[in-house]
Design a protein around this ligand. Structure first.
Ligand code: FAD
Length: 401
């Protein structure tokens, strides 16, 4: 079996042969997920644009789609579902900024889902303005002592490792004084507490660091690189949240079309159909835009097009799931269960009521819709920048509450 109908390029043929070999040696349906994903990583088919020896082959990222189509068609496990923050955000960040030792230590078990990761960026006083964060890291010999609080930390309760950003130089302007580390989430000085969402679940957490010691060797990049490290994570996050390209009519709009089709024929009125079709067109335009962005991506690190996809995904989802609960009438006001659950997955949208409640967070997580619009305005349209009252001022001198 080949991966496309048109003649394969040399790189496509190489990847196709490796996929064939992987599927023959480790048939996904009869191989346990960790063994399969480990073999996929070792074959360089995990993130094909990563370096050889670290889950990739150093090839163009477009080839990953071809790999994924073939392995998923055979029933391969999804590394994203098993480790969403790790696979979509912290893995690509470790690949760009990690030392050889860090890449060797972390990427394989991250891909197999044996070690779950979380992203420790947001703080009670710094979300959109994450570069203004207050958690501190102070050098002590060849270690850093970290103190502070993070918030909204998705899957911290399951995580083995976290990508932590702290302020290591309060004398510098806010973006320049940050440093990124890999932190051991099992350390006794790291405390994780659940935060419950309106779905009833607690996907995310508050995380407290009290004199948490992190060795120099667990820094990503150098002291002061924390902002640039974070941008790698955030750009990947936006693509990870909003850049998916499913089949036409799948995802949220698929749920809406099904609910519409299941209605009795006398309830399928033209006005509601018109509304559904407008939503369908928006969903399809977003899907095609994401396809174009993926096709244009020459390198692994995404640019502002990730923010376009994320913005459209969030606003489409909210409107489509609102339409779904409206279609359900009075039944739409009932929620399946508000039981307090600590989920192992994120963005579980099994039913319309849960999807409606969970989608409210889509325009907040991974950067709010307003912030995405600022990015588009400034970086794509070239409009004047947002007001920045702390420009050129040392972080310690910026007035704050
Ligand atoms: C489900 C979920 C999961 C999350 N998971 C994680 C995670 O794993 N790790 C992590 O670190 N964080 C996580 N977050 C946090 C998320 O990144 C922040 O909530 C987000 O960046 C917004 O920050 P904030 O909540 O502090 O809101 P604020 O920044 O206080 O924003 C409040 C309001 O002001 C608006 N606003 C702010 N600045 C501007 C501006 N310059 N121009 C125009 N409007 C502006 C915002 O759009 C928003 O409407 C998660 C959030 C959610 C909802």
């Amino acid at each position: 079996m080949t991966i496309t109908d048109s003649p394969l390029t040399a790189d496509e043929q190489r990847v196709d042969d490796l996929v064939t070999e992987l599927l023959e040696k480790y048939p996904p349906k009869t191989t346990d997920p960790v063994t399969f994903l480990g073999a996929q990583f070792d074959a360089g088919l995990a993130w094909v644009h990563f370096p050889v020896g670290h889950g990739g082959l150093g090839l163009g990222p477009k080839l990953q789609k071809l790999i994924n189509e073939r392995v998923f068609a055979e029933g391969a496990p999804s590394p994203v579902a098993r480790n969403p923050i790790g696979h979509g955000m912290t893995g690509p960040t470790v690949a760009v900024w990690g030392s050889e030792a860090q890449k060797t230590r972390y990427l394989r078990p991250l891909f197999t889902g044996e070690e779950i990761w979380c992203q420790l960026f947001s703080e009670p006083g710094s979300g959109s303005d994450f570069a203004g964060l207050s958690s501190r890291g102070v050098k002590d010999g060849d270690e850093w002592i970290c103190n502070g609080q993070k918030v909204w930390t998705t899957l911290a309760h399951l995580s083995r490792w976290g990508l932590l950003v702290v302020r290591t130089d309060p004398e510098a302007v806010k973006h320049a004084g940050l440093t990124a580390f890999v932190v051991d989430m099992h350390a006794p000085t790291v405390e994780t507490k659940p935060l419950r969402q309106m779905t009833g679940e607690a996907e995310f957490n508050e995380v407290f660091f009290t004199d948490t010691r992190i060795p120099d060797s667990e820094m990503l990049g150098k002291p002061g690189d924390g902002w640039r490290v974070s941008l790698t994570t955030l750009m990947n996050e936006r693509v990870s949240i909003g850049g998916g390209v499913g089949p036409r009519g799948s995802g949220a709009i698929g749920m809406a079309v099904k609910l519409w089709s299941d209605r009795a024929s006398d309830q399928r009125d033209p006005a509601t159909k018109d509304e559904l079709m407008k939503l369908y067109v928006r969903a399809e335009a977003t899907r095609l835009t994401n396809m174009r962005a993926a096709a244009n991506a020459q390198r692994g690190t995404p640019g502002p097009e990730g923010s376009v996809g994320k913005l459209a995904f969030a606003e489409n989802n909210k409107d489509i799931y609102s339409f779904c609960v409206d279609l359900l009438g009075a039944q739409g006001m009932l929620h399946d269960s508000y039981a307090f659950v600590r989920p192992e997955r994120t963005m579980d949208i099994a039913t319309p009521s849960k999807a409606f409640l969970r989608a409210r967070a889509n325009s907040i997580e991974g950067g709010t819709t307003e912030v995405m619009k600022n990015i588009l305005g400034e970086r794509v349209l070239g409009l004047p920048g947002d007001v920045r009252v702390d420009k050129g001022i040392a972080w310690k001198d910026v007035p704050r509450n």
